[in-house]
Design a protein around this ligand. Structure first.
Ligand SMILES: [Zn+2]
Length: 338
């Protein structure tokens, strides 16, 4: 996730208001629609998901050119294969916003779960690299160290790995592709690179879609979905509004995929997953943008600026299994409840 934001709050407010009416059962005298029964679906194991978060962090920071990066790539590929996915890798070489003239090798990894081939293809994504510098660290001496990436990187991947396990237990009722994007989090302020060198892997994949894979009709991105509720020492600094794990609606998602947003947030509300809130969101440059630009309705589920964002404190101690569960259960219900 980058700091680059396109604030279009006013444009989104009217859409938000329209969406808000669809879920409010209070205030009116009319009958309340009965809740649909929960979908028959595999369970989401939050402990196993959290173990996958820790496993990624244990490799070390997954920064370009590192052994940890290589090791994690092998781990992700193996896990998708073990879950029975058709695995496709997409290798490329690029400079990033942080790398200057130095080019690095990167790899996007995708796994197809064929499901019912008649259904519309769903793409689930998360970035798997971690940022090479902790440039938001409160301690200036640590700002050249890499980010451990427990929340920023490993959390979204962990949810998707547990979902892959669920797909291996019970095939999804529609084709689902799980994609792990490389080179999301190495951006800077370069004027020479698209998106200032952020979201390189997802842009590569959206613009050069692997021919072995069916084209998605929808996309859901997970980023920074593992935060906990600990007191936030940076409360009040710009961009940090509270110390509770919340997933407000991201505004590019709302602009481009309002029905998909409403469906996902309504499911979360029905399941009692209170991290999903409808207000307070912003617009963010993240891996969903290249897919929106490719004409695919895409939603980014993201916490805006958790306290450890781009610091050396982005560790498992500041993440929560319950947060992974809120997101994972919501998405399983979304998929199996169709
Ligand atoms: Zn990041």
């Amino acid at each position: 996730m980058s700091l680059v934001k396109r604030m279009r709050i006013l444009a989104a407010i009217s859409l938000f208001a329209a969406l808000g009416t669809s879920c409010s059962s209070g205030g009116g005298a009319g009958p309340v629609d009965p809740l649909p029964p929960p979908a028959e679906r595999p369970a989401f194991d939050e402990a196993r998901a959290f173990a996958d978060l820790e496993a990624q962090v244990a490799f070390g920071p997954r920064v370009p050119g590192s052994q940890a990066h290589d090791d994690c790539l092998a781990f992700l590929t193996n896990r998708l294969q073990q879950a029975g996915a058709q695995v496709v890798t997409q290798e490329f070489t690029a400079t990033t916003g942080l790398s200057g003239q130095q080019a690095y090798d990167f790899t996007n990894v995708a796994g197809l779960f064929a499901g019912d081939a008649e259904g519309e293809v769903l793409l689930l994504g998360a970035h798997w690299d971690s940022r090479a510098i902790a440039d938001q660290d409160p301690d200036p001496a640590r700002r050249t160290q890499p980010v451990p990436g427990a929340n920023d990187g490993a959390s979204g991947v962990a949810v998707l790995l547990e979902m892959a396990r669920a797909f291996s237990v019970q095939a999804p009722p529609r084709p689902v592709i799980i994609a792990f994007f490389d080179a999301e989090d190495q951006g800077g302020n370069s004027d020479d690179l698209p998106d200032a060198g952020w979201i390189i892997g997802s842009r590569r994949m959206a613009n050069h879609w692997p021919q072995e894979l069916p084209r998605p009709a929808q996309m859901v991105l997970l980023d920074l979905v593992g935060g906990d509720n600990r007191p936030n020492p940076r409360l009040g600094t710009p961009g940090i509004s509270d110390d509770i794990f919340r997933l407000p609606i991201e505004l590019e998602s709302l602009d481009n995929a309002p029905a998909l947003v409403d469906e996902i947030w309504s499911i979360a509300e029905r399941l009692g997953h209170t991290a999903f809130v409808r207000n307070g969101g912003r617009s963010i440059t993240d891996d969903h943008i290249p897919f929106i630009e490719a004409g695919i309705p895409s939603v980014d589920i993201i916490e805006f600026h958790p306290p450890e964002w781009h610091t050396t404190d982005d560790t498992p101690e500041h993440c929560s299994p319950d947060s992974l569960n809120q997101v994972g259960e919501t998405l399983l219900e979304f998929i199996y409840g169709d």
